[in-house]
Design a protein around this ligand. Structure first.
Ligand code: TXA
Ligand code: MG
Length: 333
């Protein structure tokens, strides 16, 4: 794909009312604006404008046109663009605004561009909870397509400076909202057939989905085998969220020259590791999720060849954390 981009300079906007107004106007004008959500920073563009959406792929250097999530300021406006069956409506009312994306059949007059939905009959809709995200979406007055605001294949950004590092000079502006607090992307559930299907584990746990629906949401061919390239949602490549360093999972100790990523008690050998980051000394999965991408970036920046990662439980947000770590460890294309 062409790497030509038309922005020579990227503005860093503060999240003041002036910054929000500027961001909304840029989005309406078809420009690219990165903004914080509770999960990760999104790279936003007018979802109804095919040219604006195409610019997202160019700025990210995405190898293919994966379908994107359209973001809305409130549940009512999101529900107008899709057809919601009973399960979808229950999930929307329970978890929006919040870190859940629903894939539903397109509504009849859905204005989302074909490029944003990659020509599918379905759309991915999300109402983020972050107050700055909601303010920008309200101000823009259009659905905003937004993948994570990183270059394709890199670790997702959880601060404005991560976004600047990846996309400076390629997008019009970044709205600075500090650190994101969930830290892993939204959970994606497809409500197309009668039974909902988990397409991506994320900020809403499987247990929480079950509490609302009254039954378990099955994952579609969801497995964690590194090297298995079967997509779990169109565009979910198994090597994703990749730091430059290799990632060694379920380490029981740190080997010479490795960096260490601990959870709970420090990994044996962490004290003499090239670099060390503890996701949560107290073994708290919410804290670990919020720190994950930032930790991978910080360890990677030291230039180590390999990052040893402690085992992390699979319960609650641990499912999403393990999913992202397996992808970070997968062989690179
Ligand atoms: O937390 C998040 O969801 C973040 C923030 C910015 O909102 N966004 C994000 O977007 O993670 P992205 O583009 O990195 O991931 C979107 C995922 C892709 O894996 C894509 O395949 C899936 O959503 N997706 C989108 N539309 C779909 C559809 N119609 N059917 C199935 N999967 C779809
Ligand atoms: Mg992403």
């Amino acid at each position: 794909m062409s790497t030509k981009v038309d922005e020579a300079h990227t503005d860093l906007l503060t999240a003041s009312s002036e910054g929000i107004v500027t961001a909304g106007a840029l989005l309406r004008a078809g420009k690219l604006v990165a903004f914080p959500t509770e999960t990760v920073y999104g790279l936003g563009a007018d979802a109804t404008n095919g040219n604006a959406v195409a610019a997202i792929y160019a700025a990210k250097e995405r190898p293919s046109f994966n379908p994107l999530i359209a973001h809305y300021p409130d549940t009512e406006s999101a529900m107008r663009h899709g057809r919601f069956n009973e399960a979808a409506a229950k999930l929307a009312h329970a978890f929006w605004p919040g870190p859940l994306t629903l894939v539903v059949p397109k509504a009849d007059k859905c204005p989302i561009s074909e490029l944003a939905s990659a020509g599918l009959d379905s759309v991915a809709l999300r109402v983020p909870q972050h107050p700055i995200a909601r303010a920008v979406l309200q101000e823009a007055g259009i659905p905003v397509a937004a993948p994570s605001a990183n270059r394709s294949g890199r670790v997702s950004p959880t601060t404005a400076s991560h976004v600047m590092g990846d996309l400076d000079g390629r997008i019009a502006a970044i709205l600075d909202g500090g650190d994101t607090h969930v830290g892993v992307e939204s959970t994606i559930v497809a409500c197309i057939l009668e039974r909902p299907i988990l397409l991506r584990p994320g900020g809403i746990t499987r247990e929480a989905l079950k509490d609302v629906l009254g039954f378990d949401v099955e994952a579609e061919e969801f497995d964690n085998h590194p090297g298995d390239s079967a997509p779990i949602a169109p565009g979910q490549l198994s090597s994703h969220y990749a730091p430059n360093a290799k990632v060694r999972l379920n380490a029981s100790s740190v080997l010479p020259d490795e960096a260490a990523l601990s959870f709970g008690a420090p990994l044996p050998g962490a004290d003499i590791a090239r670099a060390h980051f503890n996701l949560s000394a107290g073994g708290n999965l919410e804290e670990a999720a919020a720190q994950l991408f930032s930790a991978l970036r910080q360890l990677d920046i030291t230039g180590v060849d390999c990052i040893a990662v402690a085992p992390i439980p699979l319960s609650g947000l641990g499912e999403a954390i393990n999913d992202r770590l397996f992808r970070a460890a997968a062989p690179r294309p």
